[in-house]
Design a protein around this ligand. Structure first.
Ligand code: AP5
Ligand code: MG
Ligand code: ZN
Length: 216
């Protein structure tokens, strides 16, 4: 099963992708995570991406699609994958379609996670992650079981994302509405779009996604 998770910043793409990976054993391909790793490792692509990401702008389509295409060539992707954060505009969707054709792959379902902007600003404002293993949390909606200690690895170091400042979040939302949202129509025309209510709580959204995928 090959899935695209579509949705604005903070909609829960990463949160839900991780759950689907656990339940269905798919490969999680997050372009945001891959770019953040490149920035951390100061690779040429990371150096190019850093300033754009800090401002909430999109990184070049060619850079992103090359990373995605290479990752899809790895053997484990043959068993199914979830794309989180890509494609992000119509050009990327077209490039993805061509790359998948060449590889003899295709997308089975696109799940749009719908949420309103005000809630997203609040969600992103409360987001933090383990500084060691990267497990994601939220100040209000998803706290560690033991205060100040990561559930997964026991670390007491936590970090927030560089691009989670209020000004950058607003810019990311603006770019989502102007460049990424047209993909809803794009995939509706292809006939593979399913919608879920991203305003529900995390378990409920997961259940809706499970049902949407089951029907494919
Ligand atoms: P990316 O990393 O993809 O960020 P994003 O799209 O802005 O989305 P987020 O990761 O912020 O949100 P999410 O939907 O994953 O939400 P999460 O699950 O964390 O991209 C970052 C940057 O990289 C871009 O700005 C761009 O510069 C660059 N980039 C990436 N891909 C690119 C591409 N293809 N082309 C060009 N540039 C690209 O949830 C958020 C918080 O809410 C968490 O704390 C979570 O615990 C909580 N939460 C989740 N669901 C719920 C719920 N239902 N109820 C309550 N709380 C919830
Ligand atoms: Mg994410
Ligand atoms: Zn951890």
């Amino acid at each position: 099963m090959n899935i695209i998770l579509l949705g604005p910043p903070g909609a829960g793409k990463g949160t839900q992708a991780k759950r689907i990976v656990e339940s269905m054993g798919l490969v999680h391909l997050s372009t945001g995570d891959m770019l953040r790793t490149a920035v951390k490792n100061k690779t040429p692509c990371g150096l190019e991406a850093e300033k754009l990401m800090d401002r909430g702008e999109l990184v070049s389509d060619f850079v992103v699609m090359e990373i995605v295409s290479e990752r899809l060539d790895e053997r484990d992707a043959r068993g199914g994958f979830i794309l989180d954060g890509v494609p992000r505009n119509v050009i990327q969707a077209q490039m993805l379609g061509e790359a998948l054709d060449e590889k003899g792959m295709s997308i089975d379902v696109v799940v749009e996670i719908i949420a309103d902007d005000d809630a997203l600003v609040e969600r992103i404002g409360g987001r933090f992650a383990c500084g060691e293993c990267g497990k994601g949390y939220h100040k209000e909606f998803k706290r560690p079981e033991v205060e100040g200690v990561c559930d997964r690895c026991g670390s007491t170091k936590f970090a927030v994302r560089e691009d989670d400042t209020p000004a950058t979040v607003r810019n990311r939302l603006k770019i989502y509405h102007s460049q990424t949202e047209p993909l809803v129509q794009f995939y509706e025309k292809v006939g593979i779009l399913k919608k879920v209510d991203g305003m529900a709580d995390i378990d409920e959204v997961a259940e809706q996604i499970e049902n949407a995928i089951k029907g494919v």
